[in-house]
Ligand binder design. Structure first.
Ligand code: KG4
Ligand code: ZN
Length: 353
């Protein structure tokens, strides 16, 4: 019961084979960070070309590494959105081609739902006792999105709140770019922040006490720029020590907003689990803060490697949805703004098993 999953919505080309929706039999990934680093962000045209160059090889490697043949597949899944349209198309078309040739069902996956699913994957040979228990609070914090969902099944997501401006990862990336620290900014700032005092600078926490579950990160970012300007500092002129305090205080403000919104969402439960996923879920301070919820609710954060974009989450969710009877037509198009209820929007259909 293997599903081949493909992810190509941004700057990672990834192919995985997932067994029974849980075990990662193989996972191969090609990162484009080096290609985009000098621009301080992902260049869409460059990204899609790079996906195309490595896709076939990665599919071959994933199959070889899992030691399976086409006949062992029960389906093929690929990210259908949201993301960069040219990039998504590469993975989507590859998946459709494989599905047609192997005569297996094809399913297009929402990338954000995949991130949440990543919490329930395990590496080959490992056993995990974590089973999804619905309703769960799904929190996606990534470079493109920051949102909270009530998840009542792998095909049921209700939006509870989302960022009104930048995504959390985007704020990390933009500030790192402005400070000339490199790309992607999240892991760089996370590391620098370890040596600083998180309470050194009181950056704002927008919408913290608002009655809704919406978030806002762009004001925190602007405050960093003002803090520097008020001291007559240009990026590159700040001392190492102050940079550590600045990054620690910035990280703390972002994590505070996310954490408080999770706490607020929990009051609107009941939730049997909380899943925090997406690239920013790799943040060490956020992971530390989430420990504080233990005892109140079961908190599941994917292992660091599965927080970032990966294909195992696509193959895994693909399996779960195929089991629920969903299929996508080979005419399925890439959608840069694919909604969370994409399965019900006519792009995919449900067949009785
Ligand atoms: O989920 P992801 O790999 O791609 C998207 O779907 O966007 O997330 C990438 C984002 C980037 O903005 C990156 O800076 C951020 O996740 N990120 C982090 C950390 N590691 C990656 N942000 C904060 N702390 C980290 N340790
Ligand atoms: Zn992502």
């Amino acid at each position: 019961m293997y599903v081949l999953g493909i992810e190509s919505s941004c700057d990672d080309t990834a192919v995985a084979i997932v067994r029974e929706g849980r075990e990662i039999s193989s996972h191969v990934r090609h990162s484009q960070i080096d290609l985009h680093a000098e621009y301080g962000g992902v260049v869409p045209e460059t990204a899609s070309r790079a996906h195309l160059e490595v896709m076939s090889l990665l599919v071959k490697k994933a199959m070889q590494s899992a030691e399976i043949s086409w006949a062992d597949l029960i389906g093929v899944a690929a990210t259908a959105g949201p993301g960069l349209i040219g990039s998504i198309l590469v993975g989507l078309q590859a998946a459709k081609g494989i599905a047609a040739a192997a005569e297996r069902p094809f399913i297009g996956i929402n990338h954000l739902c995949g991130h949440i699913y990543a919490a329930f994957l395990q590496n080959r040979g490992e056993t995990t006792s974590v089973e999804p228990r619905f309703p769960l609070l799904g929190v996606v914090v990534s470079g493109g999105h920051s949102a909270l969902y009530r998840v009542t099944g792998w095909d049921q997501y209700e939006l509870l709140g989302a960022t009104r401006d930048d995504a959390a990862g985007e704020a990390f990336d933009k500030i790192a770019k402005w400070l000339g620290l490199g790309f992607p900014g999240g892991p760089i700032i996370d590391q620098m922040a370890e040596k600083g005092n998180p309470h050194a600078i009181a950056f704002p926490r927008p919408l913290l006490h608002a009655k809704n579950l919406d978030m806002s990160f762009s004001g925190i970012k602007t405050s960093v720029i003002y803090w520097m300007r008020e001291r007559g500092l240009k990026p590159g002129e700040i001392s190492k020590g102050d940079l550590a305090h600045l990054t620690a205080s910035f990280r703390e403000a972002i994590v505070d907003v996310i954490f408080h919104k999770i706490e607020e969402a929990l009051k609107r439960g009941p939730f049997r689990q909380v899943v925090v996923a997406g690239g920013v879920a790799a943040n060490s301070r956020l992971r530390e803060r989430l420990q504080m919820l233990k005892g109140r609710v079961e908190v599941i954060v994917p292992e660091i490697g599965l927080c970032a974009d990966n294909a195992a989450m696509i193959g895994g969710l693909g399996y779960a949805l195929l089991q629920l009877g969903y299929r996508s037509p080979l005419s399925l198009n890439a959608d840069p703004n694919l909604p969370m209820d994409w399965l019900k929007k006519g792009d995919s259909s449900r067949h009785a098993n």
